[in-house]
Design a binder for this molecule. Structure first.
Ligand code: PGA
Length: 253
């Protein structure tokens, strides 16, 4: 089983184009050797073009959007299509982040359409799933995660699955400073892999990369990445500082 770690920076609604330039200037200078790790940066839409321009000529860091429309073009005010993201240099798209689900009403039906549109365009979806604290405490953890996986991956063929990255992010750990313990994260990620096995078979389950996300920092990245079913991170707050994101990447090397 050799799954290459994938460590992604989810900047959320932070980083103007000039701030993006400042980050990349610092980050690409003290760049950790990327051979063992795939590094991805997800700036907001308006900063993608600047990031793409500054990352040209190096293949070590990939570019991701934080969302995408499942529609190809047309009268969808405020939306962004796969073709637009591709032209600006994106290779990845974060889909179904818990903030999209809870603040903007995205459900598994629409996320499923986005997963299909992303794959059809040759982009790599980073598909986010995760339970709330209420759901975990109420014994709903496995039900919620399997519902999210079944719904958002509906109609996806096993042959497409190695091109999808799953990000397990317990909602109660996002931006709260409260990380899942390495044991909690491992146990849950192992469960997520078992659902993938049920849906797509053992070979797919062994190949798909499952990131952990939720208050990952330089101080906890090492013990989390040491868990056998954690194949990388989706990092929010701690990815906004180039030195701290570089330290998290180094944990994966
Ligand atoms: P956080 O965010 O690292 O700030 O908890 C993670 C995420 O929401 O992707």
């Amino acid at each position: 089983m050799s799954r290459k770690y994938v460590i992604a920076a989810n900047w959320k609604m932070n980083m103007t184009p000039s701030e993006t330039a400042g980050f990349l200037d610092a980050f690409l200078k003290n760049f950790p050797d990327p051979t063992a790790v795939e590094i991805v940066i997800a700036p907001p839409f308006v900063s993608l073009a600047k990031a793409s321009e500054l990352m040209a000529g190096q293949s070590a860091v990939g570019l991701s959007a934080q969302n995408m429309s499942h529609e190809a073009s047309g009268a969808f005010t405020g939306e962004t299509s796969a073709a637009m993201l591709k032209e600006v240099g994106c290779q990845y798209v974060i889909l179904g982040h818990s903030e999209r689900r809870s603040l903007y009403g995205e459900d598994d039906v629409v996320i499923n359409k986005k997963v299909h549109a992303t794959l059809a365009a040759g982009l790599i979806p980073i598909l986010c799933i995760g339970e709330s604290l209420e759901e975990r405490d109420g014994g709903q953890l496995e039900f919620v995660l399997s519902q999210q996986l079944e719904g958002s991956l509906l109609g996806i063929d096993a042959s497409q699955m190695p091109g999808i990255i799953i990000a397990y992010e317990p909602v109660w750990a996002i931006g709260t400073g409260r990380t899942a313990t390495p044991e909690q994260a491992q146990e849950t990620q192992c469960y997520v892999r078992s659902v993938l096995e049920r849906l797509f078979g053992a070979d797919v389950a062994a190949a798909v990369r499952i990131q952990y996300g939720g208050s990952v920092k330089p101080g906890n990245a090492g013990e989390l990445i040491a868990q056998p079913d954690i194949d990388g991170f989706l990092v929010g707050g701690a990815s906004l500082d180039p030195a701290s994101f570089a330290d998290i990447v180094k944990a994966g090397i």
